[in-house]
Design a protein around this ligand. Structure first.
Ligand SMILES: [Zn+2]
Length: 241
């Protein structure tokens, strides 16, 4: 569940990321009153099995029932940092996903990320790995493993690297004159860490190292460019993580 808000007297309008139907928005009539059909399942961060039907007109589907999901991740609301990270995860998924797009991979990434956040500890490495993998799942994959122009692997490069948004990854010092766009300067080590986080399964991320300030700045620059806004939950998360 990505977003939920009350509507009229007794209804709720919710937006979900679903495994089989992409991002979906729907209305649950009488949700606030009917504990039997919905049992307070329609809350952000919850994982549910949803019963719905499409309406001939209008974008909202008609939600008839919600049950506990197959995969229940540990609750996140017992710790502020976990809650902040979870809220950021769903807001980012919401911002990156288009309605009705193919979402099976994004669903899996979000599911694994919420599970990892619930099992804790909520770390910067988890945040960065999630950002990289959710971007990849929604068509914004970044390459930190090699120079986008000459193709040389980061391990073989010396000196500073440059993360160039328009190139979708890094450019080495030698190729930099050919890619003069604005860039975030990146240590080789940070690029290596980000390349690693992009492919590490999220359930194994607990022991991983996060990229430093320069790596975080590169990810932030890219997200700001494609989203054209800062996520509300990002400020809160920055304050606690
Ligand atoms: Zn190069």
């Amino acid at each position: 569940m990505l977003r939920a808000r009350d509507y009229a007297e007794a209804d709720r309008i919710v937006t979900l990321l679903t495994r089989d139907f992409g991002k979906l928005s729907g209305i649950a009539k009488g949700a606030k009153a009917s504990r039997k059909r919905f049992e307070r399942k329609l809350e952000p961060l919850s994982c549910v099995t949803l019963f719905f039907r499409r309406r001939p007109h209008g974008q909202l589907v008609f939600i008839t029932r919600a049950e506990p999901g197959e995969t229940l991740h540990p609750p996140l609301d017992d710790e502020l940092t976990k809650l902040a990270l979870g809220a950021y995860m769903v807001e980012l998924a919401d911002a990156l996903m288009r309605e009705e797009g193919e979402a099976a991979r994004a669903f899996r990434v979000l599911e694994d990320a919420l599970a990892a956040a619930g099992q804790g500890p909520p770390t910067l490495a988890l945040r960065q790995a999630y950002e990289l993998q959710m971007m990849e799942a929604t068509g914004y994959g970044l390459d930190f493993a090699r120079c986008r122009l000459c193709g040389n692997r980061v391990e073989t490069l010396t000196g500073a690297l440059y993360f160039v948004v328009a190139r979708g990854g890094i450019v080495c010092g030698r190729c930099r004159p050919e890619a003069p766009e604005g860039a975030v300067r990146l240590e080789g080590q940070s690029a290596l860490v980000l390349a690693h986080l992009a492919v590490t399964p999220l359930e194994l991320i607990a022991s991983a190292t996060a990229a430093g300030r320069d790596g975080a700045a590169a990810l932030n620059r890219f997200l700001m460019t494609i989203l054209d806004r800062r996520l509300r939950s990002a400020d809160f998360l920055d304050g606690v993580l």
